[in-house]
Every structure is written in C-alpha cells, then in structure tokens.
Design a protein around this ligand. Structure first.
Ligand SMILES: NC(=O)c1ccc[n+]([C@@H]2O[C@H](COP(=O)([O-])OP(=O)(O)OC[C@H]3O[C@@H](n4cnc5c(N)ncnc54)[C@H](OP(=O)(O)O)[C@@H]3O)[C@@H](O)[C@H]2O)c1
Length: 345
C-alpha cells in the first residue's frame, strides 16, 4: 500500500474546475454513529483556533479520552481548552506549548510526548501559516511559511513516529494527517531545479505571495512520497488532508489591500468557502474513517486523489529526491534520521 503515488496523475488540468468541484460538489463523509474514540489520545497542533479548534471539538464529540492542545500561545490554548472542557467535561484536555518556529520547542514537545503519554493514537498536524510577505525565522534562517508548514511540521512528525508506533493499541495502527491544500494542484514551483533547493525557497527575491504557500504544502506531499517506504501502515497510517477553502479562520490574517478588496475577499469566502466545521471534518475523516488504504495519500473531497502532476514527471521525481535529502540534512543535528530508520525494525 503506497498511496497517491500509485494513482494516475489527475486528468483535470484546469484548476478552477477542480476548485468548483471541491467546494460545491463534494459530499462530507461524517463518521458513522458506531465510531468512537473512547480510551484514545490525540494531539492537534494549532488547536486554539480555526480548523485545529474545530477538529479538536469533533474528536471530543467522538468521545476522545485525552486531547493535547498543542499551541504556540499557552494562554490562547488555555482559553480554547476552557471552552472545550465546558462542553466535554469527561475528557482529559491538556495544553502543551509548541512553537513551530523553534526546533528546541519541537524537540521538547516530542520528548514530553514520549515521557508522559501512555497512549498516542492520533496526530493532526494542522498548524500553518500563509505569509503574504517574506519573513525570516531568526532561529533557523528559513522563510516562515516554509518553516511552519513544511520543515517544522515534518520534523515534529518524524520525532513523534516512535511514540505513535509503540503507544498505539496492538493491532490498530496509529493515525496521522497533515493539513494539505488543493492549491498544490495549481503550484508552479518554478525553482524546483535549484541546487540547493531549500536555499532558493528561503531567498527573499524568490518569495511569491501566491506560489510560496502552495510550494510549502507541495513539499509535504513530496516528503510523504518517500516516507511511506520507511513507515508501515500496520504501525502508523500517514496521509495529507485538504480541508478546501474555508471561511472565517485567521489564515488570511496578513492579507492587505483596500477595504473594498478585503470586503470582496470576505464575500467570496461567504459564497464559496466551507464552514470550519465542514473543513475540519476532512481531518476527522482522514484519521477516523480512513484506514490503511489511505497511507501515503493526498485526500481531497474526502477521497484519495493523485498528487500534483509534477510529482509523476522525471523533473518532479528528481526534486522529490532532493526534498528528501535536504530535509534529512536539515535535521542532522537531531535524532530524526535514526527515528525514521528505526521505523523499519
Ligand atoms: N482556511 C483555509 O481555507 C485552508 C485551506 C487549505 C488548507 N488550510 C490549512 O489548514 C491549517 C489551519 O488553517 P486555518 O485556516 O485554521 O488557519 P488559522 O486560523 O490561522 O490557524 C492556524 C493555527 O496555526 C497556528 N500556528 C501558526 N504559526 C505557528 C507556529 N509557529 N507554531 C505553532 N503554531 C502556529 C496558529 O496559532 P496562533 O493562533 O497562535 O497564530 C493557529 O492555531 C493550515 O495548515 C492551513 O494551511 C487552510
């Protein structure tokens, strides 16, 4: 079982058609009444607000026993947890600090999960950023959206893999989903042949307010392409879920422009955007409804979908290999390589 890479590339070349079908035609796949998460533990990153908050609530609705609200602002996390506890008093809800702009914070978080959690069944890697201007993370030197959406999200995933493998119920794989984006199907990724690749993604002159965000999400698909060779679906099922265009979250917080432009954008969200509840249901579908068949899959419209066409070309395969190598080199200061290798044992 190797997921989307085994599918034929998408035959719908016109992105507006994909967008229209995804926003207006796809039918949500809500968990059936017999599904519950009693006894299970889940981590949701960025669950103080937006899609992460909604996803956490939907896990609690399914009677999740233990939720880790993983947030960069503990204060905001505590406020969210207070609201959740009022509605779901039987669940254990903890707030843990996680700053995806700091490798130290990610390592501390993963160590805490390893030491303190008796169980780990579900991880939803939702936290994300859509910077409109180039912004450098001082501690790593990387562009912020690239850092948060790709490098740090993948770093956390790798560090959590052994906990996921060994803290699940025997015979039941753990589940991970990563926040994806249908926009990857429209990514241009013009610097894909650059060597080294990551330095080109960090260069301020290469920042593109449309494409850079798409590329950060495309990189996760490229990494997943290779990761499934190391991780068995019997241990951890890993997929990427697109929540589609969702209105009312803070993702567009950096959007500038005139009042007219911002009003039109809000109006477009109102007409075309999914509600956060429907958007977050894509994550829940990915970790509750979907099974081993979804390992290595890009899920869009609640279904397995091919990766963007580029990944199936020679050009794309070379870039995918480079993404793997540069990612592993980036994390050489840590135990990441050893953790990935250990998944084969
Ligand atoms: N909304 C959409 O239309 C849409 C479409 C496709 C994919 N997505 C993806 O869905 C995910 C959630 O988006 P959203 O719309 O819910 O956006 P949002 O409301 O802005 O939520 C983003 C979450 O990520 C957290 N975050 C940002 N930077 C972080 C960092 N350095 N460390 C830790 N946490 C950090 C935020 O924390 P703070 O509150 O502290 O900033 C917040 O909790 C993102 O990955 C996004 O790319 C969204």
């Amino acid at each position: 079982m190797t997921g989307s890479r085994e599918l034929e590339p998408s035959q719908v070349p016109f992105f507006p058609t994909i967008f229209f079908n995804n926003q207006f035609k796809a039918k949500p796949q809500w968990p059936t009444k017999d599904k519950n998460l009693i006894g299970k533990t889940a981590i949701v990153t960025g669950s103080n607000t937006g899609l992460g908050y909604e996803a956490a609530v939907q896990l609690l609705e399914l009677k999740l026993s233990h939720l880790i609200v993983a947030v960069r602002s503990v204060e905001k996390g505590l406020q969210a947890a207070t609201q959740m506890r009022a509605k779901y008093p039987d669940a254990k809800i903890d707030v843990w600090a996680l700053d995806l702009c700091s490798y130290d914070s990610i390592q501390s978080f993963a160590e805490k999960a390893d030491k303190e959690l008796g169980r780990l069944d579900i991880v939803i890697l939702n936290a994300g950023r859509a910077r409109m201007e180039h912004h450098k993370v001082e501690s790593t030197g990387h562009e912020e959206s690239f850092q948060v959406n790709y490098l740090s999200t993948i770093f956390l995933l790798i560090l959590l893999l052994p906990s996921l493998k060994f803290k699940r119920i025997a015979g039941h794989p753990a589940h991970v989903t990563i926040a994806g984006a249908a926009l990857t199907l429209d990514a241009k990724f013009i610097h894909r042949n650059a060597v080294p690749l990551f330095a080109s993604l960090d260069a301020p002159e290469n920042f593109d307010r449309d494409d850079s965000y798409r590329v950060t999400k495309l990189l996760a698909q490229m990494f997943l392409w290779t990761l499934v060779d190391y991780v068995s679906a019997d241990d951890v099922i890993i997929n990427i879920a697109d929540p589609a265009f969702v209105r009312g979250t803070s993702l567009a917080r950096d959007l500038k422009g005139s009042l007219v432009f911002r009003t039109l954008f809000s109006l477009f969200g109102y007409i075309a955007g999914r509600s956060p509840r429907v958007g977050a249901s894509c994550y829940i579908d990915a970790v509750v409804n979907k099974g081993k068949e979804s390992h290595g899959c890009f899920l869009m419209s609640w279904e397995s979908h091919p990766f963007p066409g580029l990944l199936y070309t020679d050009d794309g395969k070379t870039a995918t290999q480079r993404v793997w190598e540069e990612t592993m080199a980036e994390f050489e200061f840590s135990s990441a390589r050893q953790k990935i290798e250990s998944m084969k044992e």
